[in-house]
Design a protein around this ligand. Sequence first.
Ligand code: CP3
Length: 354
Amino acid sequence: SANVSPTGSQPTSTYDSAFLKACRREPVPHTPVWFMRQAGRSLPEYRKVREGIGMLDSCMRPDLVTEITLQPVRRHQVDAAIYFSDIVVPLKAIGIDLDIKPGVGPVVEQPVRTRADLDRLRDLAPEDVPYVTEAIGMLTRELGSTPLIGFAGAPFTLASYLVEGGPSRTYENAKAMMYGDPELWADLLDRLAEITSAFLKVQIEAGASAVQLFDSWAGALAPADYRHSVLPASAKVFDAVASYGVPRIHFGVGTGELLGLMGEAGADVVGVDWRVPMDEAARRVGPGKALQGNLDPTVLFAGREAVETKAREVLDSAAGLEGHVFNLGHGVMPATDPDALTRLVEYVHTATAR
Ligand code: CP3
């Protein structure tokens, strides 16, 4: 199977891919690269197959999920695929009334604000997401030795959408619960940790070779609040999937002050946004973990020479690391020229070939 150490020598197996080797901090033939949000609106072939189909509906169609997940692998030759879905899919699957509004993001019909609201968050069973198991089965057959990354939203980032009712800049309702009713907050995050753990397990059991926990908005928190009110729930997720032995990646935006704690939560690989250089991030995370990052996604609008200069800076800053997975510091922006991404993959591969 793709996720266990091969007994013989199988140089073309998923286990021996550059991406999984880098996650395990083993020597690599070249620095592996993939992009958060590599599948999606930057690709004309994505816009074409999504025409007239809602975002959440598309996530529930294995044929479409498979096609969309493969598109950036074919086009850019990235070293890993990321399962096409969204962080709110498991919440939708347990019956939470929510939608993804184009240009806005997830919107929740009835925000979660009280203990009675918490009861609406029931456990997630594999039967709630049959399309995930089916799509990942199709994908692992199509991908050959290219690893598939499964993912989920971290408890804090999911809670931010559930409590606010939609995207927010300040998270005032979520933080009001965190500071004002810490018991309710802890119970909410614990429920979300269970749902997230179940969702990641479905993906790993179906064949995902690594998982990434997106705590995209954790950077809104001071370290002491993160440690006390968020880290235990994220740690519970990482613990729940530890026994599978697949690399666990932990990513957030604006998390420079939290990098050490995000490693402590139990990740094998810590994602870094563009605000902290990779060598400094490595000092903050400490030994024993690989790092992923961290080219500013807006650099891709600056032309080939600037992209290569800035990519070189990332590679130089990461040169002393034991494990480096090249990525952007956040997701691909929709207006990005896909050819700039293809050239960037080629540049990283060529510049790091050993
Ligand atoms: O290629 C990939 O990375 C896999 C696909 C993926 C999507 N969402 C598809 C998507 C992933 C990994 C996500 C995760 C996600 N969703 C996060 C964490 C990553 C991050 O960016 O920090 C968050 C915070 C969400 C919530 C969410 N869903 C937002 C903020 C948006 C954007 C709203 C908009 O329209 O600008 C979405 C919608 C969404 N998820 C789209 C895609 C491709 C765009 C909708 C569309 O294509 O119609």
